[in-house]
Design a protein around this ligand. Structure first.
Ligand code: PMP
Length: 376
């Protein structure tokens, strides 16, 4: 504790967190104000508008969680399902597995729907067959590098009186999502990926159908901190004249999140989606020129996080340590089901530039040249 704080400058080219822009860093370092000061409420109102734009929704029940993406995952499940109800989870990587575990811990009866990575798409007959109260899908599966199509699923869920919950932690701002048009009932994301804010806050939005279900429950949600009855008041979404103390929100985190959403609004979603697509395509070409294989077929690749099949004969840990040591650059291995199968490169938001793709390609080529290849 008697040494000064050290945090090196690194190129964060993994699946998140990504580098934070100077403007967002500056916003986060402004003097603290009280979490219930009128100026803070103004900032929270701005955040709400920023999330509505990023999610393409007009939902009133739109807030940011005081917590990382997991807080939003838990908030979504804890508030919308009650013990004994059934939840259907599409599992195409670790995030489906996590939500399945969260649903199981909340006492629901759980159905997992698995799909092979390469196939990319789920069969949705299960929604009709099992009639769950909630269906979960990860839009941008960062552990697999997969972007699952969303069109049409909301309509099927609606037909079967099921809420449609979508995770866009790794895809918001990088791949198109239209909460209202696509009939998504609950949508959440994270701050630390294409939004380039520090980790620790997580946008989430509920439409009327989701609000109807969660505010007409027989039992209280198992979490006090994530109870939307309280959070909706804290965010001024419940129509009550006064906000009452519930918890102390992360003031600096909200400053930074506000600024990250402002940058996205200034840039425009279309522009941001286009940029991610172009830089990702540039990275794919560069990787293929190096002779490595991409893990996910082109039509369902996630533009923010690219997965590379581990090059034959190499130890992935050795390649990543070399890149960190010699290039001060983070790339990561797989996670959950993709562990020992892939290396992941993330170029998100502020990091999504061709010059960064060149740096990543150069570092990867250098590691392939200098790390030992085991004999077959
Ligand atoms: N969902 C997805 C798709 C993610 O990529 C992540 C973070 N890697 C999460 C959820 C969880 O977010 P957090 O780590 O912020 O809790």
């Amino acid at each position: 504790m008697l040494r000064p704080l050290e945090a090196p400058l690194r190129h964060l080219f993994g699946p998140g967190p990504s580098n934070v822009t100077p403007r967002i860093l500056a916003a986060g370092s402004r003097p603290i104000i009280g979490h219930m000061h009128p100026e803070m409420y103004e900032i929270m109102n701005d955040i709400k508008k920023g999330i509505q734009y990023a999610f393409q929704t007009e939902n009133n029940m739109t807030i940011a969680m005081s917590g990382s993406g997991h807080a939003a995952m838990e908030c979504a499940v804890f508030n919308t399902v009650e013990p004994g109800e059934s939840v259907l989870v599409a599992i195409n990587g670790i995030w489906g597995e996590r939500v399945a575990e969260i649903a199981e811990r909340s006492g629901t009866s759980l159905l997992g729907l698995q799909t092979p990575y390469k196939k990319g798409r789920f069969s949705l007959i299960a929604i009709e067959k099992h009639k769950p109260v909630l269906f979960f899908l990860t839009h941008g599966e960062s552990s697999a590098g997969l972007c699952h199509p969303v069109d049409g699923i909301g309509d099927i869920c609606r037909k079967h009186n099921c809420l449609f919950l979508v995770d866009t932690v790794a895809s918001l701002g990088a791949a198109p999502i239209f909460m209202d048009k696509q009939n998504i009932d609950i949508l959440y994301s994270g701050s630390q990926k294409a939004l380039n804010a520090p980790p620790g806050t997580a946008p989430i939005s509920f439409n009327e159908r989701a609000c109807h279900k969660m505010f007409n429950r027989k039992t209280k949600p198992i979490s006090y901190l994530f109870d939307m009855t309280h959070l909706s008041n804290y965010w001024g979404c419940d129509g009550k004249p006064a906000r009452i103390y519930h918890h102390t929100g992360p003031v600096s985190g909200f400053f930074a999140l506000r600024e990250s959403l402002a940058i996205l609004a200034e840039k425009g979603l279309e522009e941001s989606w286009k940029k991610h697509k172009e830089v990702a395509a540039y990275l794919y070409r560069g990787l293929e020129d190096l002779g490595v294989k991409l893990f996910i077929p082109d039509r369902v690749r996630l533009p923010s996080v690219t997965t590379i099949a581990i090059p034959e004969g190499y130890q992935w840990r050795e390649l990543l340590s070399y890149i960190m040591k010699h290039h001060q650059m983070e790339m990561t291995g797989g996670l959950g089901p993709s562990m020992d199968m892939v290396i992941r490169i993330g170029l998100m938001g502020y990091n999504c530039e061709k010059r960064n793709a060149d740096m990543a390609l150069n570092a990867f080529a250098d590691a392939l040249k200098n790390c030992k290849k085991t004999k077959a």
